[in-house]
Design a protein around this ligand. Sequence first.
Ligand code: SF4
Length: 354
Amino acid sequence: MTASPPFGMLAELTHRCPLHCPYCSNPLELVRRDRELTTDQWRSVLTQARALGVLQVHLSGGEPLARRDLPELVGHAHGLGCYVNLVTSGLGLTHERMADLARRGVEHVQLSVQAADEERADIIAGARAAKHKKAAAAAIREAGLPLTVNVVLHRRNHDQVGAIIDLAEELGADRLELANTQFYGWALRNRAALMPTRAQLDAAEPVVRAARRRLAGRVEVVYVLADYQDRLPKPCMHGWGARQLTVAPDGTVLPCPSAHVITSLEFDNVTERPLAEIWYESSSFNAYRGEEWMREPCRSCDRRGVDFGGCRCQAFLLTGAAENTDPVCALSPHHGVVEQAVAPAVDVPFVMRG
Ligand code: SF4
């Protein structure tokens, strides 16, 4: 199958992070600081990505503000003609830093928020973070940039959906993304503690619907339902190796941010192979392009061109083979593993990201 050029790149500049969120989807084994790409290597990655066709660059982590060279990398990506999005916890984002980053080319900021009230937010973040986020939101607005507030929903904050929407409005968000936890990396370890109850999900939906009506034209409210409680999988990444790529802090190039969980694949590193070659020719990017790799029931299913058989990472983690149908799908012979994971209604303490 001939691949099209990628549209976007998630550049995970570092895994270092001041927060300790139990729903973190980064790998269990984080990339240490001394294995992170250097400034020159990141500049080269950005240049290669633009030459490959990338137009949107998402600077993320961990916390991208932990990299001292962030302003230089922003300026470089902007100079190449990329749209630059900063994905941040907001800790360390002062008015001066935000103004400087905006001058250098950041055009949009995604700010994570953990809960509606400071006490609960700080417990979930494992740090005194909430009040800094309010200051960060003010700095983003003052810089004149559009703001998206990102909230990962789970059992410990799902009952606050209404109050979280109010908070996003108060922070001046243009967009609010309420996304239920995806169970990869550290989050999978905390699955039982994070899994929302059916009652929580049922209660949230009318709240979101009412908020969408009330805020129409002012704040876009996106609500992503919990994967495990759906009967149809999501079209993960709009297809494997179709539109996006991720570069991890050490230069490993991944078809999706969670692909590191698929230990049956070997992923190339941009320090050893050009990015264009990895995109078009590597075994990892070609593994699940098109439909040839699909097994039944996906192979003969009418929805295979709509959802691409769901998420390969989830299929690998829950069934042991990434070629299998995502077990979230009710047609999967492995769907029982998802039903079992949803079932327990007891509260379990979560393990903070160390
Ligand atoms: Fe999608 Fe495969 Fe399920 Fe069909 S069988 S709905 S293609 S995951």
